[in-house]
Design a protein around this ligand. Structure first.
Ligand SMILES: [Zn+2]
Ligand SMILES: [Zn+2]
Length: 282
């Protein structure tokens, strides 16, 4: 990836009113915000449906993703704005696919329903096996303690299990056709200040180990800045040094604000641009 590509003003990770834990604002409100901030390219990457009973917490389950019957409406809406904004904003229609351990066939069937109309995919790990079944890693610090930390017994074990999932996600993503990036690779740090400390050496080692796999499978990186907006995180979900490594290895990376409301569309861009200049062009 050349320096133009990475500094192309592209927001590669955003949500919409099809998300149950985000703003009900229409897609146009996000897109107008993107134009206001001078974005040239914009990926709409909603959470697709999840298999019934994917996590044991039913009320939370309803908040996580759209229902299966809503997927065609989402595709129509996203394709509609893509057409209407043509010439003003290069819109990529996408999804933020979850890596569903043991159930990747579910996601593959969803992709078939989109009939080749997707431009861009994010593959993210939001779930980890824990107490009573699969658990969200990013719900609340208390939920993390009760259902993951107590299940694995130490942060080291949770972090290890998380990166094992990320490695599997990268391998699975390699089998998907169309552009794809690994979503917020350090999401496990969302509640870092509210949980026992993580070992920085372990994190660095696991992140470094991903690089050859990203390269081999042709997966880019979502340089996700949502962590800056989370008081218990305070950092991007990708460390700056990893951008320098990606640059060296030719792994594409794209800014992603992970906006769940229009006001967050441009959030974190300045950090990204500065980091690209200082780290990745050093
Ligand atoms: Zn979301
Ligand atoms: Zn996500």
């Amino acid at each position: 990836m050349n320096s133009y590509e990475s500094l192309l003003k592209w927001n590669g990770h955003t949500h919409t009113n099809f998300c149950r834990h985000g703003s009900p604002a229409p897609m146009e409100a996000y897109l107008e915000e993107a134009l206001k901030h001078g974005f040239e390219r914009y990926t709409i990457s909603e959470h697709p449906p999840l298999p019934a009973g994917w996590i044991p917490d039913e009320p939370l389950m309803r908040e996580l993703a759209m229902r299966e019957e809503e997927l065609p409406g989402y595709m129509e809406a996203a394709l509609g704005v893509k057409r209407r904004y043509e010439g003003r904003l290069d819109i990529r229609v996408g999804l933020e696919l979850d890596y569903l351990e043991g159930n990747t066939g579910y996601s593959e069937r969803l992709l078939e329903q989109t009939e080749g109309r997707l431009d861009d995919l994010l593959v993210s790990v939001h779930y980890l096996r824990g107490r009573g079944g699969m658990r969200s890693i990013d719900y609340t610090p208390q939920d993390f303690r009760d259902n993951l930390l107590s299940y694995y017994g130490s942060m080291e074990a949770v972090v290890g299990a998380y990166f094992d999932q990320v490695e599997q996600a990268v391998e699975w993503a390699g089998s998907l056709s169309c552009g794809k990036r690994l979503g917020h690779v350090n999401l496990i740090r969302k509640f870092q200040t509210a949980l026992p400390a993580m070992d920085p050496g372990q994190l660095d080692e696991r992140l470094r180990k991903l690089v050859p796999a990203l390269k081999r499978y042709g997966i880019g990186l979502d340089v996700n800045t949502a962590g800056f907006r989370v008081p218990t995180c305070g950092e991007a979900y990708v460390p700056g040094w990893l951008l320098a490594v990606c640059r060296e290895e030719g792994i594409p990376f794209v800014f992603g604000s992970d906006a769940h409301k229009p006001e967050d569309v441009g959030s974190g861009w300045e950090w990204f641009a500065r980091t690209v200049r200082t780290e990745a062009n050093a």
